[in-house]
Design a binder for this molecule. Sequence first.
Ligand SMILES: Nc1ncnc2c1ncn2[C@@H]1O[C@H](COP(=O)(O)OP(=O)(O)OP(=O)(O)O)[C@@H](O)[C@H]1O
Length: 283
Amino acid sequence: MARLTRRSQPLEALGMVGSAAVEMRSLTRHFGKFTAVDDLNLTVQTGEIFGLLGPNGAGKTTVIKILTTLLPPSSGQISISGLNLVRQSALVRRVIGYVPQALSADGSLTGYENLLIFAKLYDIPREQRKHRIADVLELMGLQAAAHRLVRQYSGGMIRKLEIAQAILHRPRVLFLDEPTVGLDPLARSQVWELVTQLQSNYGTTVVLTTHFLEEANYLCDRVLIMHQGQAIVTGTPSDLKASLGKPDATLDDVFIQYTGDPLMSGTNYHETSKLRRTTQRLG
Ligand SMILES: Nc1ncnc2c1ncn2[C@@H]1O[C@H](COP(=O)(O)OP(=O)(O)OP(=O)(O)O)[C@@H](O)[C@H]1O
């Protein structure tokens, strides 16, 4: 009888049915003496769109890098879809998708060629590749541009291609790091629409980082407000606003109330140049 190897195990067999998409207990990450993430506790339920909200430097990217197995935690217990992040990292990588802030598509290749590389990386069987690629191209509305070089794409098209790459293997949990930084308002709302579709049509859990209040408000079922590496408060955007007890409260008011700072303060030289680089890259 053929032995079922980890590789050949169907995706549905991985993890535990009914477990939370993300479970973290006392997650801490130090860089030398500096604590970037400090004793974070969080549960993201399956099917949620969950936002890590905070200013630059709050620790959001560090959390995402840990959850996507790119950076080891200093301490804490974390599971993704019931899989232990540290002990079962190879399996975790099979059930997640990740769109980083940095460019993950090759401009010198066509959209189709980029997707083919990801299909091979994800071990999608050869006979299924064409069909899977056609599916994600259609979902992202990129069919007509599939055979054009990515360097000719607009910023919004590149971001859609990057999301297409990240969902090719039908991940259960999709991590998006600042998905709309550098995009114009039209491209931004298209990305929001796609993320909502992934949730409603495929039940995908989405964990995203953002420092745009409008994005958190529009997209997220729940948010965690982070400040200086710490979890400040978790809730639905409307509950958090209602908790202030004043009509017309905004998420910015919530942020000020809980942290003492406005969300958009603290933009320094490093952050400004990073934002400009992203904007330039995405056209
Ligand atoms: N490899 C590293 N070495 C040292 N310090 C780091 C490293 N990575 C991140 N940090 C620091 O940890 C803190 C949190 O950074 P992180 O990138 O997680 O913040 P963020 O909330 O995602 O902000 P941004 O949107 O700018 O990425 C920052 O002060 C950052 O300088």
